[in-house]
Design a protein around this ligand. Structure first.
Ligand code: ADE
Length: 392
């Protein structure tokens, strides 16, 4: 199964969509505000989603801090900041979330908006190609609104410069006309909250980083936390899972709730149709047990440690082709025919966390446990005798 990619090229969506109508908003309809410009990959969520929104694909993400499992070093102080801002009747300070993908950065941005009873506009760094794109969005924000910019490290320099005065002084200055007709217009903005999210905090410029009053790093989840996430999600999906099965899914989810929820859906599929063409699944009232979960995950190509095919291929390439390294990430990306950014953002963080690789100035190196796992992969032992661990 294809790994979720963090890199999305900007889609040419011609204007912000009005979710109520599903139609393009006439940008000329509000002459007092700058038109929302072309090329903005964003959705204006106004009014907020209904609490009871029961879409076909059930949204497993928590909507409130109270429902959020884990990340207590983020959620606890953030909850205090939100409650304090609300008590004062002020917008929340700007917030920056950084950490590997799938740990809940976007979810938290939406929770902030909901807890602040504010609207959220969701966009991304690559979608904001020109200054006019961001000025259009900013001018449409109301007091207390949240502007969420995903992959904020991918903002262009020109767009980023407009954010500085917007974040600090709630105004943007821009030039109109040229030559003798050039003049600067200062556009006041409503006090809003910018929530930025990035997998690469190191790629943010210091002036941008310094303008966030609240900065949080999201960590991988523990197995116990992920077990709770799986149980909660199973409840929402209406699938019964034994405690041991939930723990098995959690253990193989690489510390990442997004992966846990994806694997839970695959385990549910497997249980519903019995894992073969017979189509006979478990009894409607029966619970998924640990063996079923393990078999479903084996079929998904997820091994005992939660590593998937790309993780294993990465590890084996480094261990065998590069004799354990050091190898540059460009070389690894070329060998694997993968995007460098996918390796850095998606594959490497967990391999670093479990100590299978290290980053050195000379390049990536496989550690002794990483070499051992790569050897087991090569000899088909990493999933205890099952075939899936062999390189594909
Ligand atoms: N689903 C995904 N992430 C979650 C979290 N942190 N808490 C509860 N449910 C989740």
């Amino acid at each position: 199964m294809a790994r979720e990619r963090v890199i999305r090229e900007p889609k040419a969506i011609p204007a912000v969509l009005d979710p109520a109508e599903g139609t393009k908003k006439a940008s000329a309809a509000k002459p007092a505000r700058l038109p929302v410009t072309e090329g903005v990959d964003s959705v204006l969520v106004r009014p907020p989603l209904r609490e009871d929104d029961d879409s076909v694909i059930k949204d497993l993400r928590p909507k409130r801090f109270a429902e959020y499992i884990g990340q207590s070093t983020v959620v606890d102080p953030l909850g205090i900041a939100v409650r304090a801002a609300k008590k004062r009747g002020e917008p929340l300070d700007h917030v920056l979330f950084h950490g590997p993908p799938g740990l809940g950065k976007t979810t938290l941005a939406h929770i902030i908006a909901r807890e602040m009873e504010a609207h959220v506009t969701h966009t991304s760094g690559p979608a904001l190609e020109r200054p006019a794109d961001v000025v259009g969005l900013l001018s449409n924000l109301k007091k207390g609104d949240v502007l969420f910019i995903d992959e904020i490290h991918r903002l262009s320099h020109a767009v980023e410069e407009y954010l500085y005065s917007a974040m600090e002084d709630f105004r943007v200055d821009f030039m109109t006309g040229s030559g003798a007709f050039a003049k600067t217009i200062s556009l006041p903005l409503e006090k809003f909250t910018l929530v930025g999210s990035t997998t690469r905090a190191g790629m943010l410029t210091a002036p941008l980083r310094e303008r966030f009053g609240l900065t949080y790093h999201l960590e991988f989840y523990t197995d116990d936390e992920l077990t709770l996430v799986v149980k909660r999600s199973a409840g929402i999906l209406g699938v019964k899972v034994e405690a041991e099965a939930a723990a098995e899914i959690a253990r193989r989810s690489r510390g990442t709730p997004r992966i846990a929820n994806r694997l839970l859906r695959r385990v549910r599929d497997y249980a519903e149709v019995g894992g073969d063409a017979s189509g006979i699944g478990i009894e409607p009232d029966a619970a998924v047990n640990k063996d079923m979960a393990a078999e479903a995950l084996r079929l998904e190509g997820v091994d005992e440690l939660g590593l998937d095919r790309l993780d294993r291929t990465y590890l084996q390439t480094l261990a065998v082709n590069y004799q354990g390294g050091p190898a540059g990430v460009e070389a690894l990306a070329a060998s694997l025919n993968e995007e460098q950014q996918t390796l850095v953002d998606v594959v490497e963080p967990f391999l670093l966390k479990i100590g299978f690789i290290v980053r050195t100035p000379a390049g990536r190196r496989c550690t002794p446990p990483g070499m051992q796992h790569a050897g087991e992969v090569t000899h088909g032992k990493s999933a205890k005798g099952t075939q899936q661990a062999r390189l594909v």
